[in-house]
Design a protein. Structure first.
Ligand SMILES: C[S@@+](CC[C@H](N)C(=O)[O-])C[C@H]1O[C@@H](n2cnc3c(N)ncnc32)[C@H](O)[C@@H]1O
Length: 243
């Protein structure tokens, strides 16, 4: 089934997920570019449109799980051998240790209880790679000038890294490694404005009334004056836990 071009999955792919970015940043930074035996059983928790599941399924046995039917529809439309399953990260429909590796990329901050999510992942997978934002280290940019509530909203949602390490240990993993990965995100200014209009991160849907409209209008006036291209520093923190 083709991806609905006006649906949320297509919008997500347009503003969040270039295959090149996945190949050049996300997979190597997660330690998943090399070193996985063919046939490794992978669970991609909160797989979205399958931006990681799809390339990984070329050599591994991948199950992507998400609670959003629309995102799964987008993932299934990509013609990958990965299996895509509707489900909630609070309770997986899988037996203990079904998977060699679980991924949780930009997902734990969306769960009502990230510790419970980590426990459930530990029940089903031998090891995990988590990608998250360390809010203590986040670099502010024009988005913070435009939307004063942005940083605070994410501070309240993203788990602190020490708390995440504790959650991994409490779930039974003894080896926990933390690796920040830095990248420069750059595009034309109109492309960046298009990403903002499409609310490329869920934070932009959580702003107080009126703040999105005011901030967008400010960015639309200000950024073209600053230049034809827009770039900012982005650090993703990877937490890898194993027994
Ligand atoms: C920011 S997206 C990340 C998607 C994907 N991991 C990626 O990196 O492209 C977060 C995804 O988590 C899913 N999600 C949020 N809460 C969930 C839950 N409780 N159980 C399963 N999936 C969830 C959302 O539907 C969304 O597709």
């Amino acid at each position: 089934m083709a991806v609905n071009p006006s649906g949320p999955a297509a919008a997500y792919d347009r503003v969040r997920s270039s295959p090149r970015e996945v190949r050049e940043f996300w997979l190597p930074a997660a330690g998943l570019e090399t070193g996985l035996e063919p046939g490794t059983r992978i669970l991609d928790v909160g797989c979205g449109t399958g931006r990681l599941s799809v390339p990984l399924a070329a050599r591994c046995s991948v199950v992507g799980l998400d609670r959003s039917r629309e995102m799964l529809e987008g993932a299934r439309g990509k013609g990958s051998p990965a299996a895509f399953v509707l489900g909630d990260a609070g309770r997986f429909p899988f037996r203990d240790r079904t998977f060699d590796v679980a991924l949780a990329v930009m997902v734990l901050h969306l769960l009502p209880d990230f510790r419970a999510g980590v426990r459930e992942i530990a029940r089903c997978a031998v090891r995990v790679v988590i990608a998250t934002i360390d809010m203590e280290a986040r670099t502010k940019h024009a988005i913070d000038e435009a939307f004063p509530s942005f940083h605070g909203i994410d501070e309240a949602r993203f788990p602190r890294i020490p708390a995440l390490i504790d959650a991994c240990r409490d779930a039974g993993w003894t080896r926990v490694e933390v690796r920040p990965a830095h990248r420069r995100v750059e595009s034309s200014t109109p492309e960046f404005l298009d990403r903002v209009r499409s609310r490329y991160v869920s934070t932009l849907a959580l702003l107080p009334p009126g703040e999105f409209e005011r901030g967008l209008a400010w960015l639309e006036g200000e950024l073209p004056r600053r230049g034809e291209r827009y770039a900012y520093d982005h650090t993703v923190t990877f937490v890898a836990a194993s027994r």
